[in-house]
Design a protein around this ligand. Structure first.
Ligand code: HMH
Length: 217
């Protein structure tokens, strides 16, 4: 099995994870400010968990994956700093309780430490690949979201995701964990969809449209 086979065999689940009204509204500029704020704060909490889990994967990762995984950990740490700056700009508090979906995603990621490396690597790739594709669907997007869209659609990020795919292919190539890798892939797809749903919840959408983009006041 190759990573591309997973995308092909689970095209519907993957589509649901990466084509979402949340990103359509980022593209169209119709997103409620509260939805964006919820997304930003919860994504910060998500990356906090992802960073911890990825750091834990390092010591037992195969030699061929170590350099890439170290760069992933470094990129996630830089992303935390970036989110902290954005939150400050927009006057959003990051000391918020995780939403149940964010908590579930964190719990899932923690289990990767106990799974075969091929499954953990497949999930690591799928998590980043999902964001690449989801944010590509928001292109060109509204100017207020430009920096966000560019973060996950720039060529450097795309080639990083490509490297993750190649390393996942190597891990799968050593054999024996296809079923576990497939399960992890499907869990990522479902959690990514749920994460977008969370930001795009009817409760959030019903907030007054007149409210300005956070920080624009
Ligand atoms: C929910 N998935 C989610 N947030 C992210 N920041 C990424 C993937 C990419 O790191």
């Amino acid at each position: 099995m190759k990573p591309a086979d997973l995308l092909e065999q689970h095209a519907a689940a993957w589509q649901a994870a990466t084509r979402h009204p949340f990103l359509d509204s980022v593209r169209e500029g119709t997103l409620a400010p509260q939805s964006f704020a919820t997304w930003l704060v919860q994504d910060y909490l998500f990356v906090t968990d992802e960073f911890t889990v990825q750091a834990h994967l390092l010591p037992s990762a195969p030699r061929y994956a170590q350099n890439l995984l170290i760069r992933n950990v470094a990129a996630l740490e830089a992303e935390l700093t970036w989110f902290e700056a954005k939150a400050k700009e927009l006057n959003l508090s990051l000391s918020t309780a995780p939403h149940s979906v964010t908590a579930a995603y964190g719990t899932f990621m923690k289990t990767l430490e106990q799974r075969p490396f091929a499954a953990a690597m497949t999930a690591t790739w799928a998590i980043e690949r999902a964001y690449l594709q989801a944010w590509q669907s928001a292109l060109p997007g509204q100017p207020i979201y430009r920096e966000y869209i560019e973060r996950w659609t720039n060529p450097g990020f795309a080639s990083f995701v490509e490297e993750l795919e190649q390393t996942t292919a190597l891990a799968l190539g050593s054999g024996g964990a296809d079923k576990e890798a497939e399960a992890a892939f499907l869990e990522v797809a479902e959690l990514e969809r749920a994460f977008c749903d969370m930001a795009w919840s009817p409760g959030d959408r019903s907030l007054p449209r007149s409210q300005k983009f956070p920080g624009s006041a």
